[in-house]
Design a protein around this ligand. Structure first.
Ligand code: EPU
Length: 456
């Protein structure tokens, strides 16, 4: 099929909310306990994939509780460049892609890693795709070998060009047996998105089972896909010929929930997180109790506070249902305020403690080790990666100037600034805006003294 190569540049100029991706800094006067209620936005890691899933049908998809954040702006821009029409009002979004007009999704390669997930839908809809070679970032090398191997077994032929992958499916996509050596979220999503319209049955073993992925599967099921979840990380898919439009409500963002809970615990405040879902946070809630924090699960959400001195604890990050790697950074701030030694073993990404250097400049005592300081099986054992940390608490923090390296490090820095004595200047806040909706406005409602300055 011949695709008209429309101008990506012209279409990407059409950003609804460019301020989200604009550079800027926060000036924070810290030191107060934060208290009140905060409403969760829809999940970034579900909503971005749902936009990609909408490309599988020519019919309209309606998404409610859709977050207004930098990463969804980027993916909307990507979808528009592929041919999608998008209408939105607040957290209500309609997307329709009657025709794929362009198979290139590498224009936005530096903003996030979502373009790689368009491989499956583009191959299914038009048999052709060009996606960027996404490199490593500040948390590890982040290869996509599992994605490519899974798509190849589904019938894709993938070649590496200068800075992108070109994929075709000369005989269409067909069912396959896929075994993942590690339950990668993105690779499982890619395989599912490709398999739902493939001919025949697909059997995925070693799949990721994160709540965001399950929500994506629920959306696909409503669109007409046949997907079964088996025990032990198994997913069975019977390919169908066509998917239809859908109306779906995006799950609340559990990473926002954990960040705000950590803010309550670290600042000695009391925050009701509206729409927080206990099922999505079970391992986190156990960690809160183990370090001496309190929570109460209520109908409208979960309330967090501390009523006694916090104590250090041992933590290991893992795939769901384990303690999530994206919770490690905000939880580390809590542990700087806990009495005694805490030990953290990061088993998902090999290099996710870079942000602790700035925390040490603020007064924390955190030492990073390449040894595995935990018991979980770890792919980074004896490989020299700085993937364990010891936090020696409790230490008061003082305000400083920080440049945010990535999203979750950024929220950790922001929490640190909010509990530190004096003024902090946080630069590179577009990283935080990638995943947290109107964060400054919502924090002000909790009593935070935070000022957004636009520009460099
Ligand atoms: N991996 C491979 N090969 C692959 C794919 C992954 O070796 O082909 C490795 C990665 O290098 C990593 C591990 O597998 O060591 C897990 O990576 P995974 O594929 O599960 O991560 P992802 O899909 O790229 C998503 C979230 C991350 C979150 C992880 C783990 C999105 C957009 N990103 O990334 O979220 O940390 O799953 O749950 O959904 C964030 O929101 O800030 C963020 C980084």
């Amino acid at each position: 099929m011949k695709i008209k190569n429309s101008s990506v540049k012209a279409k990407t100029a059409n950003l609804k909310n460019p301020s989200i991706t604009q550079r800027g800094k926060f000036i924070v006067q810290g030191g107060q306990p934060l208290a009140g209620e905060i409403q969760l936005a829809g999940s970034k890691n579900a909503a971005t994939k749902m936009l990609v899933a909408s490309l599988l049908t020519e019919e309209e998809c309606v998404l409610e509780n859709f977050p207004e954040i930098g990463d969804t702006e980027t993916v909307k821009e990507l979808c528009r460049s592929l041919g999608s029409q998008i209408n939105e009002k607040g957290s209500f979004l309609k997307i329709k892609t009657p025709k794929i007009e362009n198979v290139e999704s590498f224009a936005l390669r530096y903003r996030n890693r979502i373009p790689i997930l368009t491989l499956g839908p583009l191959l299914a809809r038009v048999g052709e795709a060009k996606v960027p070679i996404v490199g490593g970032d500040k948390i590890g090398s982040r290869p996509v070998d599992f994605h490519l191997k899974a798509l190849e077994s589904l019938g894709a032929v993938i070649t590496i060009e200068k800075d992108y992958y070109r994929a075709t499916a000369p005989y269409g996509l067909h069912g396959a047996n896929i075994i993942f050596a590690y339950p990668s979220v993105g690779a499982t999503e890619n395989a599912v998105l490709a398999a739902v319209l493939a001919k025949g049955k697909t059997f995925i073993r070693g799949a990721a089972v994160e709540p965001e992925l399950i929500d994506l599967i629920k959306m696909l099921q409503k669109m007409g896909a046949i997907i079964e979840l088996g025990a032990n990380r198994q997913i069975y898919i019977s390919g169908v010929e066509k998917l239809s439009g859908v109306h779906h409500w995006v799950i609340p963002d559990r990473n926002e929930a954990v960040s705000f809970a950590c803010l309550a615990l670290a600042s000695g405040g009391n925050i009701l997180i509206k729409d927080a879902i206990q099922d999505h946070l079970i391992t986190f809630l156990n960690a809160v109790r183990r370090c001496g924090g309190n929570y109460e699960v209520k109908e409208e959400g979960i309330r967090f506070w501390r009523s006694k001195e916090l104590a250090g604890l041992e933590l290991e990050t893992d795939t769901h249902p384990g303690f999530m790697t994206d919770w490690q950074q905000p939880m580390t701030i809590v542990l700087t305020q806990a009495q005694g030694i805490s030990v953290i073993h990061e088993t998902v990404y090999e290099d996710r403690f870079g942000y602790t250097k700035d925390l040490n400049l603020m007064g924390a005592r955190i030492t990073v080790f390449s040894k595995c300081l935990g018991e979980l099986p770890c792919r980074f054992k004896n490989r020299g990666f700085p993937h364990s940390a010891v936090v020696d608490g409790k230490t008061p923090l003082k305000g400083t100037k920080i440049k945010v390296p990535d999203l979750r490090a950024g929220i950790a820095h922001l929490i640190a600034a909010l509990i530190a004595e004096g003024e902090s200047i946080i630069e590179g806040i577009e990283e935080i805006d990638r995943g947290y909706e109107k964060i400054d406005e919502r924090l002000k409602n909790l009593g935070a003294d935070i000022l957004r300055i636009k520009g460099n």
